[in-house]
Each structure stands twice: as structure tokens, then as C-alpha cells.
Design a protein around this ligand. Structure first.
Ligand SMILES: Cc1cc2nc3c(=O)[nH]c(=O)nc-3n(C[C@H](O)[C@H](O)[C@H](O)COP(=O)(O)OP(=O)(O)OC[C@H]3O[C@@H](n4cnc5c(N)ncnc54)[C@H](O)[C@@H]3O)c2cc1C
Length: 383
């Protein structure tokens, strides 16, 4: 197995590093304190091609393979997880899902805007009453002539207040559980759809997270993505790839923690020498370093499986489980290296820890990833 990057992949990674250094790093503390990333970043992400990775050029995409996608999400995660999440959701969960499941008309309508950054997508699965148990969602889409009338609410929707299109999951038949769920592409300015920003998040403060309320929202029947009753399969296929992108973002968090901790440890002096001389500090650094490598290798394996057309969902759950827990550990270890200075937001590691914490919760909690892995091992579903 060859782990060397191709020339194209190396170039994409360099492009992403330069982009982060230029457009993100100088703003990270300001955006976090203001609780809002500057929205102009979306257009810039589109211009540089990061919102079109793996999408065919005929729909405005920038091509590339899934390893290139991981390289970019790792760099963005190293820069600012709030920005990384914009890409992982609009491209990873929405555009890629339209590319996989959409009709020709749906692809032509939505993909050029999403890949260029002139429009943004959000993924509406979670509801106030159903998170892990997403197959039991309650939002209803009732057929009325050539359209569906949708009522319900969605919680914690990333990009929610910014999005132009909602990939929405709603119950459209009386079939029980996930078999009654269908997916719809709902324009965010549809009459009856209201959005309320969720404030007070522990991390990802710059990201637009929202609650969506749908009251008699009318969507044409042609807005259904994939076959009726297959919405849960659409959601799970999106999340299987999405978990790889969360994992890559977590590698970025852990790498940022490592770089900051090594730099600090080789400058800060205690007991007459830099703290890097103290073996217990070296232990903290080496633990972070091993976490970075292990998380990255698990993540790259998923990209390799996808690009070779092999089954990848369980490998993606493993990568997401390990990388998200590793990012929390890494940021926490880095904070320890910084001592008291790690606890104030002029230094980067406190934010890394706050941002990392949600990674073990969204796109399936760590417990849910373990159930997915356990089901693959035993053939027995705990759901
Ligand atoms: C910042 C943020 C952004 C998000 N973005 C999006 C988004 O863009 N789109 C979207 O649809 N959702 C999004 N979510 C929602 C996220 O995916 C859910 O929060 C997550 O799936 C968990 O659901 P819950 O919060 O309802 O927790 P619950 O499902 O209520 O779980 C609570 C606890 O119980 C555990 N648990 C539940 N069931 C089991 C079980 N069977 N076995 C063992 N343990 C179990 C969980 O692991 C967890 O520890 C986001 C959440 C956050 C915080």
C-alpha cells in the first residue's frame, strides 16, 4: 500500500494550507468572539474549488478524489472547525448527496450554485425529539396534488440560517420507522419555513447553527430526492461519507494542538530550562503525535476505500469514532502543556478543545458509532 501523495494531492494540500494561513488564521479569534464567521468566506471557498471537490466538472465541481477532500478538510480543521463544518455540510452532506441521488434536473438546479459558493446547503435530519433515533423523526410531508405540504421542526442545523437549500427528511408515508421517511430539497426561502439561530454553543461559535420550523411548507413532488420511502437510506449514505470528513477535520484539530503545544513547550521555561526538557511534558506531546498519525491513517483508509469503490461505512464509523475522541484528547493534552495560558482565549488551544468536543456528538455520537461497528462484527443490530 502506497501512502505517498500524488503531485495533484500535494498541490491541493499546499493550496489549502495557503488558504488557511491567508483567509482563516488571522480571523480565528475574532470570529470566535463575535460568534460569527465572516460570510464572505463561503464565496472564497467556492472560488478556490473547495466546495466542489469530487463533484463532476459539468456541474461546476472541481473534481479530485476523496483523499484530496480529506487533505482539504484536515487543513480547514487545523485552521477553524467552524469553517471546516461549512464545507463538510454544504459539499459533503448536501452537494455530494444530490450528485449521488439527484435527477438530472436536480443536479443542474442546485450543484452549480453549491459548488461555486453562491449558494449554501444544510442538512435537516435531527429534530427536537429525535437525534440518535433519527429513523423515528416526526416531521410530516403530506401529498396534495403535485406537491407535498410539510410540517415539523429541525434542531441543531449547521449552516441553517445561511443556507439556500435544505436537504430535509420527512415522513411521507404511513410505513413505520425509517421506512416512511423521504428526502426533499426545500428552498430555504419557502413560505412557512422559519429559522432561529442557536446561540450559546460551547464551541463552533462562528458557525451558523439553527432551529428550523416548517408550517405548511409546500414543495413540488419533483423536490423529492431519491425514491419515496428511501429518505433514511439517503441520509445514512450521506452520513457514511460525512463521518470521514468529520474525522479528517478532527485530524486537523489534533495537528493544530500538536503544533501549538510543541512551539510553546520549546519556548516556555520553568525550573531553568524549557518545559520541553521535562519528560512528562514530552509524554503529553508524544501522545498527541500518535493520535494525529493514527487518526489520519484511519481516515485515509476510508478515502481509499471510497475511491476504489469498496464498502466503507464501517471504516468511516471507526475513523470518526477514533479521530473525534483523539481530537478531544489532543486538545486537552495541549491545554495541559500551556498551563494557565491554555485557559484564556488569546492562545489557541482552549478553542480547539471547545470545538473538538462536539465531534464526538454530531453525525452520530461515539456510542452510535460503536453500535454500527458492533453490528458489522456480529450481524446483530442494537438499534
Ligand atoms: C453544533 C451541532 C451541529 C449539528 N449539526 C447538525 C446538522 O447539520 N444536521 C442535523 O441533522 N443534525 C445536526 N446536529 C445534531 C446531532 O447530529 C445530534 O445532536 C446527535 O445526533 C445526537 O442527538 P441528540 O443530541 O438528540 O442526543 P440523543 O440522541 O438524545 O443522545 C443522548 C445520549 O444518549 C446516547 N444514546 C442514544 N441512543 C443510544 C443507544 N441506542 N445506545 C447507547 N447510547 C445511546 C447518546 O450517545 C448520547 O450520549 C448537530 C448538533 C450540534 C451540537
Amino acid at each position: 500500500m502506497n501512502l505517498e501523495l500524488s503531485e495533484e494531492q500535494t498541490a491541493v494540500r499546499r493550496l489549502a494550507r495557503d488558504f488557511v494561513d491567508r483567509e482563516i488564521t488571522p480571523n480565528v479569534i475574532g470570529w470566535d468572539r463575535a460568534e460569527e464567521v465572516d460570510r464572505s468566506i463561503v464565496k472564497k471557498l467556492g472560488e478556490v474549488g473547495f466546495l466542489g471537490l469530487t463533484i463532476d466538472e459539468e456541474y461546476g465541481g472541481s473534481g479530485g478524489d476523496h483523499l484530496a477532500y480529506c487533505l482539504v478538510t484536515e487543513e480547514l480543521g487545523r485552521g477553524d472547525s467552524s469553517v471546516r463544518g461549512i464545507v463538510s455540510v454544504s459539499l459533503g452532506l448536501v452537494a455530494k448527496t444530490i450528485a449521488s441521488w439527484g435527477s438530472e434536473e436536480q443536479k443542474r438546479r442546485w450543484l452549480p450554485g453549491l459548488t461555486s459558493g453562491s449558494s449554501l446547503g444544510c442538512f435537516g435530519l435531527t429534530e427536537p425529539g429525535t437525534g440518535s433515533d433519527a429513523g423515528n423523526l416526526a416531521t410530516r410531508a403530506v401529498r396534495d396534488g403535485d406537491s407535498y405540504v410539510v410540517n415539523g421542526s429541525k434542531m441543531f442545523i449547521t449552516n441553517g440560517t445561511w443556507a439556500d437549500v435544505v436537504l430535509l427528511f420527512a415522513r411521507s408515508t404511513d410505513a413505520p420507522g425509517h421506512r416512511g421517511v423521504s428526502a426533499f430539497l426545500v428552498p430555504a426561502d419557502s413560505p412557512g419555513l422559519t429559522r432561529r439561530a442557536v446561540h450559546g454553543k460551547l464551541g463552533l461559535r462562528g458557525q451558523a447553527t439553527a432551529e428550523l420550523v416548517l408550517e405548511d411548507v409546500r414543495v413540488p413532488a419533483s423536490a423529492m430526492l431519491g425514491p419515496e420511502g428511501k429518505g433514511f437510506a439517503v441520509a445514512m449514505s450521506a452520513l457514511a461519507k460525512g463521518r470521514m470528513s468529520v474525522a479528517a477535520g478532527c485530524v486537523g484539530i489534533a495537528r493544530a494542538a500538536l503544533e501549538a503545544a510543541v512551539a510553546y513547550a520549546t519556548e516556555r521555561e520553568q525550573f531553568g530550562r524549557t518545559i520541553a526538557h521535562h519528560q512528562l511534558v514530552q509524554e503529553l506531546l508524544s501522545d498527541i503525535d500518535v493520535d494525529v498519525d493514527a487518526a489520519r491513517l484511519l481516515t485515509w483508509r476510508v478515502a481509499d476505500l471510497i475511491d476504489r469503490g469498496e464498502p466503507f461505512a464501517t471504516a468511516s464509523s471507526k475513523a470518526k469514532l477514533f479521530a473525534s475522541e483523539a481530537a478531544v484528547r489532543a486538545a486537552n493534552n495541549a491545554l495541559q502543556v500551556f498551563g494557565g495560558y491554555g485557559y484564556i482565549d488569546e492562545y489557541p488551544v482552549g478553542k480547539l478543545l471547545r470545538d473538538a468536543r462536539v465531534m464526538t456528538l454530531y453525525e452520530g455520537t461515539s456510542q452510535i458509532q460503536k453500535l454500527v461497528i458492533g453490528r458489522a462484527l456480529t450481524g446483530v443490530s442494537a438499534f
